[in-house]
Design a protein around this ligand. Structure first.
Ligand code: THU
Length: 130
């Protein structure tokens, strides 16, 4: 399945009445299956969830814990990057070399690895003495 089309499609379902900023995310899991998510906001603003978190939750709920590719899209002037928290969530399941494609609705794209978007990340080695 095409990650770009999947992310575009799920973005339409985003619930973003407060920010009016709809985001779609698609991730390909190790099996090849594509999982998608959109942002889901709440009147209690901190309770809202990001598109990437939704896609990860769908993947884990389906029994998969490794992802090999990520794409995020929004109607932004420049390709939309995952927020800081979502970067950490993605690297938990993706590993540093996984490619992330950031997109605008207009067709602009930017590619980076998860390592590139999250330098200095907290990882299990930091807990070696625990
Ligand atoms: N948002 C995402 O869904 N993913 C990101 O990585 C950036 C931000 C959402 C959260 C909120 O619903 C809206 O975009 C504005 O911040």
């Amino acid at each position: 399945m095409d990650l770009l089309q999947a992310a575009r499609d799920v973005r339409e379902n985003a619930y973003a009445p407060y920010s009016n900023f709809k985001v779609g995310a698609a991730i390909r899991a190790a099996s090849g299956t594509v999982y998608t998510g959109c942002n889901v906001e709440n009147v209690a603003y901190p309770e809202g969830t990001c598109a990437e978190a939704g896609a990860i939750a769908a993947m884990v709920a389906a029994g998969e814990t490794r992802l090999t590719e990520v794409l995020v899209i929004a109607d932004s002037p420049t390709p939309v990057p995952p927020c800081g928290g979502c970067r950490q969530k993605l690297v938990e399941f993706g590993g540093p070399e996984v490619r992330l494609t950031m997109c605008t609705l207009d067709g602009a794209t930017q590619e980076m690895t998860l390592a590139e978007i999250l330098p200095g990340r907290f990882d299990p080695s930091h807990m070696d003495r625990a």
